[in-house]
Design a protein around this ligand. Structure first.
Ligand SMILES: NC(=O)c1ccc[n+]([C@@H]2O[C@H](COP(=O)([O-])OP(=O)(O)OC[C@H]3O[C@@H](n4cnc5c(N)ncnc54)[C@H](OP(=O)(O)O)[C@@H]3O)[C@@H](O)[C@H]2O)c1
Length: 446
């Protein structure tokens, strides 16, 4: 027979405390969504499913709104195609998810002047008018948050502005366009041509029907402008940053890059120099990076942002940089930031300075790929021009198996200035043996 358990006598009688309830928020922030598209729908879903403790969705604004209505949004939410109705209501936060510079910028200015805080995912607008809108938010005594405008769900802006506020950042670099990364990593892993990798990206919904903004580097450049403002506290304009398209990269370049122990990625880079006043060197271009680097391991449509500071060294943020749900996470995080810290703009934020000089000038070793009608003396002719500009050759590689009528080979160069190399390439491209212009990519070793 089992021993009967004796009741344990407690020395003092303690009444069991009722389970602690989270204190109810005094007032939920009233939220309006402008733009019920890919990101807008995901934000509404998360607001209703995950964040309804803090927020009350009151309005959804979209043009032609009746065709947008869905039955999973509660009847208490007002659907409207009048932005004025939304802005003049008693909302606390106007969430702009329509995109484009106009009219979205006008709505945001109006909302701030009406005393509403604003959250936006709009990279074009923030790249073009970020500092002006931040100033307007400060004057209006309200918050403007744009964490979703760069790298979707990756908390790069908040990580840089808050997590790294104690450092003095001097370099921001990364893979900022998921479409280009999808295409380049597809070409790398399968040997596909640019055209077929692009077609596949379009079929899978990773690339737009018109891929110009991604492929030419304009989308990544807008994000780099925002990161440069947020991290380097430098105001640069998109048109000051040179971009090179990824469409010139061919399958053969991946084979040569592999022989050099490298991968090819679209790299966005901004570097601040303060030796003689503030200047910024920045570009968006396909580049060789060491195969062992973190950047080379960013696969498919993912993004990566690296911030390098004087004290903490290099910090890396990586993950899904686009898509409705990841981007919605960044929007909701910005809303929580407003809920936690209040709708007054933060004080003591360092000023954003306008640099005296912004250029794409960059010193690095370079990779040159030629496709030529083969004949004797080609390498000597190229070497003659390079040596006239004081540029040294590091290696020449030529893979077998290509026709003499269109023979690819590469030359890698010792470290040189891009301006010098640009002049040399103008001369080299005028030589008469080319089947296509020389492809030039920096080899980024750090
Ligand atoms: N999608 C992403 O992965 C991603 C990632 C990061 C940031 N973003 C940014 O997030 C924003 C929204 O992107 P999205 O992909 O969700 O775009 P989207 O799918 O095209 O949705 C935009 C929505 O806004 C509406 N809209 C556009 N212009 C309007 C206007 N003038 N008046 C009223 N409604 C208007 C559109 O209505 P219609 O249906 O009539 O066109 C649509 O419902 C953009 O700034 C984008 O750059 C997107």
């Amino acid at each position: 027979m089992a021993a009967k358990a004796k009741p344990v006598k407690s020395k003092s009688r303690v009444k069991s405390a009722p389970a602690k309830k989270a204190p109810a928020r005094e007032k939920k922030l009233k939220i309006a969504i402008a733009g019920f598209g890919t990101v807008g729908r995901s934000v509404v879903k998360l607001l209703l499913q995950e964040a309804n403790d803090c927020f009350e969705l009151t309005h959804i604004f979209n043009r032609g709104v009746s065709r947008k209505k869905v039955d999973w949004v509660p009847a208490s939410v007002r659907w409207t195609d009048s932005v004025n109705e939304v802005i003049s209501s008693d909302i606390d936060v106007f969430v702009e998810l329509a995109g484009g510079v106009k009219p979205a910028g006008d709505w945001i200015r109006k909302a701030l002047r009406a005393g509403k805080s604003v959250v936006t995912a709009n990279k074009q607008l923030i790249a073009e008018s970020g500092p002006e809108l931040v100033d307007l938010a400060r004057e209006s005594g309200r918050r403007l948050e744009y964490g979703a405008s760069v790298a979707g769900g990756i908390p790069a802006i908040i990580g840089i502005q808050e997590g790294l506020a104690g450092d003095r950042l001097y370099k921001i670099a990364g893979v900022l366009n998921g479409t280009c990364n999808y295409i380049l990593t597809k070409m790398e892993s399968t040997g596909a041509s640019f055209e077929s990798a692009l077609k596949e990206a379009q079929d899978l919904g990773f690339a737009e029907a018109d891929p110009t903004a991604d492929v030419e580097g304009y989308d990544a450049r807008a994000k780099l402008v925002i990161l440069t403002q947020a991290g380097l506290r430098a105001r640069v304009k998109s048109e000051q940053i040179p971009c090179w398209p990824i469409s010139a990269v061919q399958a053969v370049d991946f084979a040569y890059a592999r022989e050099l122990g490298c991968a090819i990625r679209q790299i966005s880079l901004a570097r601040k120099e303060t030796d003689d006043g503030l200047s910024v060197r920045a570009f968006v271009r396909p580049a060789l990076v060491p195969a062992s680097s973190l950047v080379a391991h960013v696969e498919g449509s993912k993004n990566l942002v690296m911030a390098t500071g004087q004290y903490a060294g290099q910090m890396v943020f990586s993950g899904f940089g686009a898509g409705g749900d990841p981007t919605a996470v960044a929007v909701i995080s910005d809303l929580y930031s407003i809920a936690r810290s209040g709708s007054k703009p933060p004080s003591n934020v360092p000023e954003v300075e306008t640099p005296k000089d912004v250029s794409g000038e960059f010193t690095a070793p370079y990779y040159l790929r030629f496709v030529v009608k083969d004949r004797p003396g080609i390498i000597a002719a190229v070497a003659t021009v390079l040596s006239r500009y004081g540029i040294g050759i590091d290696a020449v590689l030529q893979r077998p198996g290509y026709p003499h009528s269109a023979l690819p080979f590469i030359i890698t160069l010792e470290t040189c200035r891009s301006a010098q190399l640009g002049c040399a390439l103008q001369e080299i491209n005028r030589l008469d043996f080319h089947v296509e212009p020389v492809l030039c990519m920096p080899i980024l070793l750090d």
